[in-house]
Design a protein around this ligand. Structure first.
Ligand code: T6T
Length: 335
């Protein structure tokens, strides 16, 4: 374990004080949590029997569900877990949380880094402090920090979205990918998988990918403007929960929801409502609960000297007709 310099220690302590005032934490001892709620616990947040999960954002049921899986598995294995996430999916908000957790010195940390580059230094510092780091969902581009990475196959998910959309629009017309910001490993791979697969359909024309941030209002505005400018728009691939929520709202408001087919990524309850009502035709659902479970298992393996491994979790295509049989894929808004 590398010693922290006094300056680094001071910076970490200051971050910890700042975070203590944010009230964004919850722990395995709390019986419920939600995207907007917060709670704290007196269970120890340092030492080898303590874990932490740093979500991409607490305002997203994907990460709420991941937190539920992580808490259940930590409790099962006799560990405490401190779950924290920024209000927005944004590196400047997530980095102080990472620094604060490093200062608390848990045995291992599960983290969904919000940017492939910006999180490298704080995660490296965490590793240098002797904390085992497990990546869940997203990754940084430096592969030497984490002992394991747990994620679904995002390239494959993007390809599945392309096949579904092509089927829905009769393999012709303009399509667009609506994405959050650049620099997020998962959604970048979804776009890559989608654009690669869509080449198989010569009569489908992909428009330039739109980057709208992880923000439903911006996504709604952008898709409304795009629909006004492209009357031949036939299909949209919305790459995650908050973007998909905005796309659904934008196209509903523009009265275009029946004309333009939408394939969304993820299975937030709001997206499932839109699927049932026919606003959206298909959802590519992940298994965030399992990612939390697997992440804790790998963290505990690392702490107990057992071998660790990276794991690809499952994906499923949800449609109105298979939804009843696939209800286990719908994300939770509380545990
Ligand atoms: O799609 C998930 C996650 O996989 C992605 O990395 C970021 O967005 C979500 O959290 C959903 O909004």
């Amino acid at each position: 374990m590398r010693r922290r310099t006094p300056t680094a220690a001071l910076l970490l302590a200051l971050s910890a004080v700042a975070i203590a005032g944010c009230g964004s934490s919850s722990s395995s001892s709390s019986s419920s949590s939600s995207a907007k709620s917060s709670s704290s616990s007196s269970s120890s947040s340092s030492g080898s029997k303590s874990l932490a999960l740093i979500q991409g954002t607490k305002a997203d049921n994907f990460y709420v569900t991941m937190g539920c899986g992580a808490k259940a598995e930590a409790t099962k294995l006799g560990y405490s877990i401190n779950v924290q996430g920024p209000a927005d999916f944004a590196a400047p908000e997530q980095i102080p949380i990472v620094n604060a957790i490093t200062a608390q010195h848990p045995g291992a940390v599960l983290i969904a880094p919000t940017d492939t580059q910006a999180l490298i230094a704080p995660m490296q510092q965490m590793k240098s402090a002797g904390i085992k780091v497990v990546q869940v969902d997203t990754t940084v581009s430096n592969k030497s920090i984490a002992v394991a990475s747990i994620s679904s196959d995002n390239l494959q998910g993007g390809a599945k979205a392309a096949d579904e959309l092509a089927k829905l629009i009769g393999s012709k017309g303009s399509v667009v990918v609506m994405n959050e910001q650049p620099g997020v490993s998962t959604t970048e791979q979804r776009i890559q998988g989608f654009l690669q697969e869509i080449k198989k359909f010569p009569n489908i024309k992909p428009l330039a990918t739109q980057y709208v941030g992880d923000n439903p209002s911006k996504a709604a505005q952008a898709i409304t403007a795009l629909f006004a400018a492209h009357s031949d728009l036939a299909g949209v691939f919305a790459t995650n929960v908050l973007v998909a929520q905005g796309v659904d709202t934008g196209l509903k408001t523009a009265g275009a929801a029946s004309k333009v087919k939408i394939v969304g990524y993820d299975a937030d309850p709001t997206q499932v409502t839109d699927l049932k009502s026919g606003v959206v035709e298909a959802l590519i659902a992940q298994e965030p609960y399992q990612e939390g479970v697997d992440g804790v298992e790998q963290a505990v393996n690392a702490l107990t000297g057992k071998p660790t491994q990276s794991i690809l979790t499952g994906l499923a295509v949800l449609t109105k007709s298979n939804l009843a049989a696939m209800s286990k894929y719908v994300y939770q808004s509380s545990c």
